[in-house]
Design a protein around this ligand. Sequence first.
Ligand code: WTA
Length: 670
Amino acid sequence: MATRASGSRNTTSSSDADRISSVLSEKRRFAPPAAFSAAAHVGSARALSALRAAASANVVAFWEEKARDLLWFRHWKKPLVWKHPHAQWFVGGTTNASVNCLDRHLGGWRRTKAALIWEGEMGEVRTLTYQQLHGQVCKAANALLKLGVQRGDVVAIYMGMVPETVIAMLACARIGATHNVIFGGFSSEAVRERINDSGAVVLITQDATVRRGSFVELKSAADAAVKKCPTIRHMVVLSRCGIHCTMKRGRDLWWHDVVDGASPINEPAQLDAEHPLFILYTSGSTGKPKGILHTTGGYLTQVAYTTRMVFDLQEDDVYFCTADVGWITGHSYVVYGPLMNGATVMIYEGVPNYPAPDRMWDIIERHAVSIFYTAPTAIRSFMKWGEEWPNRHDLSSLRLLGTVGEPINPEAWMWYHSVIGGGRCPIVDTWWQTETGAIMISPLPGATTTTPGTATKPLPGIEVDVVRKDGTPCKSNEGGLLVVKHPWPSMLRTIYGNDERYRAAYWSEFPKSRNHPGWYFTGDGARRDADGNIWIIGRVDDVVNVSGHRLGTAEIESALVSHPRVAEAAVVARPDEVKGNALVAFVTLKGSAKASTALSEELRAHVAKEIGPIAKPEEIRFAEALPKTRSGKIMRRLLRELVTSGTAKGDVTTLEDAGVLERLRMQEEE
Ligand code: WTA
């Protein structure tokens, strides 16, 4: 399969938007195994090219055809209404996400098929068939209605990885409430901000979640959060761990009290295609997280289609995506995509190295998982723990592997391919974003010859390009900016409550002009090689990718500055073998405060408290001053260079005081 195994790697990347360069050269090629192609939905490169060409010829007609695979109460009148920069898809149609995930499978034998196989960290296993999941969702939907939740209300969900999280999401979708899932690893401050920005009326949470053999309390964090959340009327609390919780009378209710006794019959709401399905917060380049708003018909259409094609889903697959439902990957490829396709979805509650570093491989073996979708950062951890762990297990049930979240380095790709995939499983490297809602660039496993490190080409129906700042197309291998040129069904509709920011963040870089109708800017730098494969170079704004999660450096900086001793902070990333990036915070202290290891630990803990442990800087460097432009902007570019290469040789002409940089450089050499 491998035609040449001599990939040479030499990467340099600059995050300067107009001078992105990358000289990665990777020569290995992996064609899909013939047996895989023979049984696949799309089985050859030629078939894929034909599909892509037909879709390009009429993008809207292509997606209209895919939308017909959903169940609609009423057919749409117009497939796309585009008023720059706002899209509406399948206008006039009515549908329901929970009906598409559940009810549609109840008419035949899938009724008794496992929809969810859940494994708790402590080893318990629960299986819910489509029929059972449907019953639970209807009960939860009725419970929410009884609590007064109405169509269009926002419901916040702050939970761990348990079946009830999926049930809660689908129950919201069923009655037309918009869910706002908040990652269970976030702190109460982060929860509060996300509840208040969305105006949620109910918060669904659990007593505690299980992590590395102990309980992490969520209800108490939720209590702290909602102290200043005036819109919250009720909290519904799942008893996952059986621990004591303080329940506020009239406000707090146990899940088992409101859901278990509710009726399992619920008439689904007939919702407009553009009805808001969910808000999901993601980091932006300014301090405040952005509430990415997704709607119903278009989102479901693209998510269902991409799940089927990219994972080449077959009826007997056991599909395991390791993402937490608190992230977009969990929404699209743990919940909506696989369930719409009637798949069996494996869900695991805990950490991958508990009780031992072979937990994932153990799960794959015991449940005969056939599709495994994870992040490069996880793969690098698996590599570090050693191949003896996967080697203890029979992984022959696997037939397809996937990655998402950041560029995968060729070493990790090769390890994944040979150690986990046994050299026989195609790897789909999928590029997309919270904003895109669904996969945009990816191989199709039966059709695409892959190369480690590239997500290859856009899927049929998706028009992307790599362009210069002035909008002209880049030549092959010239670094540029990744844009999407045609509206796509699962695109974000706006930033909740802040349409201006939506326009500024995504549509101001390439505004409507004489030459084009306005393009969506992804925030990513990329290049296209001579074969047309797209290589992602990284973010060009002040957003960094740590362990596959997007973090806005500004958000972390504002957390640091909220500490009483900190005067100013600048956060930058340096490459890290496991996490992809590690955060380094440069901090200047207020007058009398003294730098110390204890303070550095205190600041790291402070960030964990304000945002969550994922945002904790790896390193705190105390500085007398930060390098700034004459207009007072911190020059993060220089700090980035400093932590990456130990020097800062870039353009320093705009620097206000060159001595500042000199002192930081000397500190580096110490
Ligand atoms: C990065 C995750 C390279 C990229 C679904 C993007 C990737 C950001 C890939 C979105 C990939 C995601 N190769 N880079 N296969 N997938 N990214 O919103 O920078 O958490 O803009 O969505 O992750 O991160 P988000």
